[in-house]
Design a protein around this ligand. Sequence first.
Ligand code: HEM
Length: 413
Amino acid sequence: MAGSEIGDGLPKQPLIDFDHYRQHSLSESDRAWREVRRACPVAWTDANGGHWVISSYQAVASAFKDWETFSSARTDPEVSSLSVGNLKIPPLYPEELDPPEWHPLRRILSELLSPGAVQRLQPRITHWVTHYIDQVIESGRCDMTEDIACPIPAAVSLELLGFPQSDWERMSNAFHGTGSYDRSTPEFAQALADVAWVGARVREELSERVREPRDDAMSFIVSHDVEGHQIARADAEAVVLLVIGGGVDTTTSLTSSALVYLGRHPELRAPLLDDPSILDSGTEEFLRMYPPARTHARIAVRDIELGGCHISAGDRVLLSEVSACHDERAFPDADRFIIDRFPNRHVAFGLGIHRCPGSHLARAQFKEIMRQVLQRMPDYRVEQEQIVEYPNWSSIGGWAKIPATFSPGGRLL
Ligand code: HEM
């Protein structure tokens, strides 16, 4: 939609000095968001080409729900619309689409990742959690990110899609690496190059599924009808890529945050293991305290007033899930982890039409990992001085390395 006359030329204020790429640690990120949320919940920054920063629960929730104003579509075909910055990754659908194009592709994923489908996947989730813990259980030491939090969500979603096991590690590293390596490092450049390799592998595998369908999610996606026609191949590719990208490092991040927290608070392990309702409420509280997807970007396509500010058509907007989740006006004692917090209407999975369709799968994997880690490594001890954070908490945060020791146990498979 073309820019409206109403907002053109209006000063963008209040102006703040804020760059979310300057958040190099969890504590820096939490502090920066707290300050900006308390000072001005909707504000403009000139950082990264200029954009609005939306930090209160109320404003974030209302922008997430208002897809008619806040578009998710790409304006630059080269550059991802999901984050403010210059990350060049191939299109990811349906997340980077607005209705009406968004509808049919979202329908595919809602079916593929429904609660019933996740229930049917539970034996595979249990299998992969058991398998990866088996790999380290006899040694009494592991890296809880590299050995557990990273490979398990990758195995579950890549097996579901139908990729051969030989691809899993490189695919998971491609997406994990773009979050867990500093953008100036050769490792980050390699991870971005690997994202392109993942794109090529997706194209190859989809061609094979067209020739010879199998009983897997890639066959389901590529054979799907969209408005009476078979889905366009490019759209199928963008959906598969998003299931990989959305499915892999987010659950990894949540798991790593919980394992570090429980490393510091061992008294919470028994209640989580013994009482399924505490595991349920604890899972939501980990999501609220440590939302893996910290921010998402939008573009305003019409003028609107939000939080007393005038946002003009064409302005870029950064919505902060993490700030909304820590907003004291929405969550009493917001910076405290309360294992049985109720109500807990966090926005870690977003809100509105793009709300995460993978939430059921994410929760099922996270809970199975917690159950088995707490059962099989009940005395695990994190080497706190050796843990390594993601270098930047702008769009995804987490722990790149969590060295730990525990009493050795026996394999189960
Ligand atoms: C703890 C784990 C996860 C978190 C915190 C998370 C978070 C989110 C958020 C915040 C959104 C909304 C994005 C927006 O509004 O632009 C989203 C969308 C999405 N997520 Fe997740 N996600 C997780 C796990 C997963 C998993 C396991 C999958 C798939 C296997 C998945 C697939 C998707 C897809 C396809 C979308 C786009 C939906 C749409 O545009 O309609 N996510 N996720």
